[in-house]
Design a protein around this ligand. Structure first.
Ligand code: S3P
Length: 435
């Protein structure tokens, strides 16, 4: 149990560089591993999830070393991985699991994937079914981990995906690199496109049509190792963007934040709600980055539907928090994917926000929140539900409450942001009597 910081006597102030992007850190390891030559990743996210990817590729015979947040990968090429006689441990990481399934499906060896209790409840048929259409042979445990992937020669994919998921799309793209001809993958809605951008930077030919949802992949590219700096993670920056917007008298600058347009949904929503954000783009070799300065603002309510969801999928608990302080009723729908994240995030947000007296109603695919009702704490014992993003959103919510709150499961923040509490502390005012 951790005692959370309660309402500070003044606003949040200062500058912060958030850790590297989780999605890009995972992919940097994977694509470096299947390239020829060396890949160096600076500002790699050294969180538990990304370290699961690092360890899995070491186990597949790829030499990888790490010094602080710099990772060096000696690529073995698309045909150079070697099978592991022991299961690959995916930890808590859905991204590692889904992407590696696509990659391993086209290899010449068999692999078994296992994960922790939360990951073992998450759906895997969304990946094994479309891979099956490429003649992949994947055995799941009733749609879940443990999964055994029997490496096979794959046929090309030509079809539409059933869920709007970058993880599923990326699995298919990685399988398509090994198929017997060009593949065409059609998404439901555009999702984060780090796989497409990064693979092309490593030398692949992955093209997205002007409709934004049709992706063509040419098989058997020769990929070449790259040196790159991972941008700051928008999904981590988002916690401080929301904190600065809501805690009166705040002004916070977040440096070098990734601005890939498939990831900036929270920024767009905050601005539509009347948030005060100044965006100063920085020059970068790879994905776009910017410095963001956020100041406190009175927010208006918002309505969000299905098409806006993929660009803000991981930030929806934070959108719910913004809505809980906006001067009206907000509706977030079309977000049923939240039910199959590290925990059921709709149910977790509703349960925990109700402890703070927030007027929130659960919908099958989202929430309705009345921000005009004053909060009143009915239960000071909050629970992260073993989910990093739930733990962090509750730590931000506690800054809006005078009563000291406690958080169970605070260690879950290490999945994506091990230094979260220390970074937050640097922005908080020094209370009277504190050194
Ligand atoms: C991710 C995609 C998203 C996101 C996850 C990371 C990725 O999942 O929630 O945190 O790196 O591809 P889905 O694609 O399943 O929505």
């Amino acid at each position: 149990m951790k005692t959370l910081n309660s309402k500070p006597q003044a606003g949040l102030q200062g500058h912060l560089t958030v850790p590297g992007d989780k999605s890009i850190s995972h992919r940097g390891i994977m694509f470096g591993a299947i390239s020829q030559g060396q890949t160096v990743l600076h500002h790699f996210l050294t969180s538990a999830d990304c370290l699961s990817t690092l360890a899995a590729f070491q186990q597949l015979g790829v030499p990888i070393s790490r010094s602080g947040d710099t990772v060096t990968i000696e690529g073995v090429g698309l045909n150079g991985l070697s099978g592991s006689s022991t299961p690959l441990d995916m930890g808590n990481s859905g991204t590692t699991t889904r992407l590696i399934m696509g990659l391993l499906a086209g290899q010449t060896f068999d692999s078994t994937l296992v994960g922790d209790a939360s990951l073992s409840k998450r759906p895997m048929r969304r990946v094994s079914d479309p891979l099956g259409a490429m003649h992949a042979e994947i055995e799941t445990s009733d749609g879940h981990l443990p999964v055994t992937v029997h490496g096979r020669q794959l046929t090309a994919f030509n079809g539409r995906l059933q869920v709007a998921s970058a993880q599923v799309k990326s699995a298919l793209i990685l399988a398509a690199l090994q198929a017997d001809g060009p593949s065409t993958i059609v998404e439901q809605l555009p999702t984060r496109d780090h796989t497409e951008r990064l693979l092309n930077a490593f030398g692949a030919d992955v093209q997205t049509a002007s409709d934004g949802i049709t992706i063509t992949v040419q098989p058997h590219p020769t990929l070449h190792g790259q040196t790159m700096t991972v941008p700051g993670d928008m999904s981590s920056a988002a916690f401080f963007m929301v904190a600065a917007s809501l805690v009166p008298g705040s002004k916070v600058t977040l440096e070098n934040v990734g601005m890939n347009p498939t990831r900036t949904g929270l920024l767009d929503i905050l601005q539509r709600m009347g948030g005060q954000v100044t965006v100063v783009p920085r020059s970068s070799k790879g994905e776009p980055v910017a410095d963001l300065t956020i100041e406190t603002a009175q927010l208006k309510p918002i309505e969000i539907g299905e098409t806006a969801i993929p660009a803000v999928i991981d930030e929806l608990p934070l959108v719910a928090l913004l809505a809980a302080k906006a001067d009206g009723i907000s509706t977030i729908i079309g977000a049923s994917e939240l039910r199959v994240k590290e925990t059921d995030r709709i149910s977790a947000v509703v349960t925990e926000f109700k402890k703070l007296g927030i007027a929130i109603e659960e919908r099958p695919d989202g929430f309705v929140i009345d921000g005009r009702q004053p909060w009143h704490v009915t239960d000071a014992n909050l629970d992260a539900h073993n989910d990093h993003r739930i733990g962090m959103v509750l730590a931000i919510a506690s800054l809006l409450v005078a009563t000291p709150l406690r958080l169970a499961g605070e260690e879950s923040v290490g999945i994506s942001y091990p230094n979260f509490f220390a970074d937050l502390a640097t922005l908080l005012p020094k209370e009277v009597g504190q050194p």
